[in-house]
Design a protein around this ligand. Structure first.
Ligand code: B16
Ligand code: MG
Length: 230
């Protein structure tokens, strides 16, 4: 199977064996629940946190998200206080995600994962979230993934490629045999830093470095970017 690159050249055809998916913004929109929980924290501390501010937290780790939030509020805290606030936000966030249902899977995702299974491709999740398994369990998608690499298994945040490289090695494939699907610029950079192919989910504006950008999986056929045979 071959990836048809944006700037397609015959010599660039690569044997693709695995697909690695980011979670938030690719499989499901959990950003809205992160926003509700961070907003509640900002309200409690006493400053305004907007939906636009929340864009800065997408794809970023929990600890880094809190640091950005506190920067926005102009607040400085000790490490101990920060840990307490991150735990508090996470407890609220977990309350939201425990109520999630399979209806929240983004359009076209199940059909796309089924195509991947039919074509015999390996699949993994590569997410910064420490709650990835809980979310996948709630939306009943665990069965579609051979490996779940999440924030509990890595120490370096995207754009470091650690999460995707660990996904590739767990699937026993080479980085160059993987396509990563990502909605955040840091995630696209992480895939490129890992010498992987990457398809951006969103707009060309911030994901232009990806090999290809699509708006989502609705009506997307694997053949759109995988050319079968030689
Ligand atoms: P948690 P992804 C990321 O998920 C989110 O985009 C980001 O907003 C969040 O801060 C991060 O997970 C950590 O999540 O607090 O659940 O550990 O896009 O990498 O799937
Ligand atoms: Mg994401």
């Amino acid at each position: 199977m071959y990836l048809l690159k944006k700037h397609y050249k015959k010599e660039e055809l690569v044997d693709i064996k695995a697909l690695i998916f980011d979670l938030d913004g690719v499989i499901v929109d959990t950003a809205k629940y992160h926003y509700l929980a961070w907003k509640r924290l900002a309200d409690e501390i006493g400053f305004f946190f907007s939906v636009e501010d929340n864009e800065r937290l997408k794809g970023v780790s929990r600890v880094r998200s809190l640091e950005i939030l506190l920067e926005i509020g102009g607040i400085q805290l000790s490490e101990e206080e920060k840990t307490k606030l991150a735990d508090k936000k996470n407890a609220w966030y977990v309350d939201y995600i425990l109520k999630m249902t399979p209806d929240e899977i983004l359009p076209g995702v199940i059909s796309f994962l089924e195509q991947a299974r039919q074509k015999g491709l390996k699949t993994a999740i590569g997410s910064a979230s420490k709650n990835a398994k809980t979310i996948l369990d709630r939306i009943d998608l665990l069965k579609y993934f051979d490996e779940i690499i999440d924030g509990n298994k890595v120490s370096k945040a995207k754009p470091d490629p650690e999460v995707f490289l660990l996904a590739a090695s767990s699937l026993r494939v080479k980085p160059s045999e993987c396509i990563v699907f990502e909605d955040a610029e840091a995630g696209v950079d992480a895939a490129l830093n890992g010498n992987m192919h990457v398809i951006g989910i969103g707009s060309e504006k911030n994901l232009g470095k990806a090999d290809l950008v699509i708006s989502g999986f609705q009506n997307v056929l694997l053949e759109t970017f995988l050319k079968l045979g030689h």
